[in-house]
Design a protein. Sequence first.
Length: 220
Amino acid sequence: MKKAVLFDCWDTCFFNDIDINPYKVFAGMLGQKYNDSSYSNLYKETFMLQRRSMEASLRDFLNKLKIPYDPPRIKEFNRILMKFTENIETYPETLDVLKWLRKNDIKTGLVTNTTSPAFEALEEKYCTQELFDVVVKSYDEDVKSVKPNPKQFQVALQKLKVKAEESLMVGDNPEDDVEAAERLQIKGLLIDRIGKYEHLSGIEKIHKLWELQKYLYLRV
């Protein structure tokens, strides 16, 4: 039987009720392509690897892009970001699944690529430190990395005091969550609520968090 379940955060356990990515909107405001690798890497480096004020991150980010700091544009971005943080919700089964796992003495961890403003808003609303046994964020001092880098998984396993083969990882990203975990011998499950990845083969998929139950009794 598995001893622990690691969860991705956004679009796995929690989501935004207005379905917007403020940083993707900001890219458009700056005339940048959010999915461009150079932009994406710079965004992760600036926003996800450091815990600091949004003002400081924005100034640093714009400076690296050689884009002038424009107060009206920043004000609009902050408005969108505020709207995002005010509309964070859990999926219907999230809290019940976490309670069931705890009741059955299965440890839980949250491993997430995130920005500090978004996660702090989540923490304020849902107290993730009480929901999960371990919370590992990309900007934590002992992590400073984003998935698919293995560091978040390694730190979570160490803090939970479990082995990789004794654990499951559930997430919505095939590369960052499933494949990255399985490279460490953690069993990965892709949560695909709307069938976005039905075409992918070779990856175990679930459509609701409750479906992870049948994977807990795999031989260790």
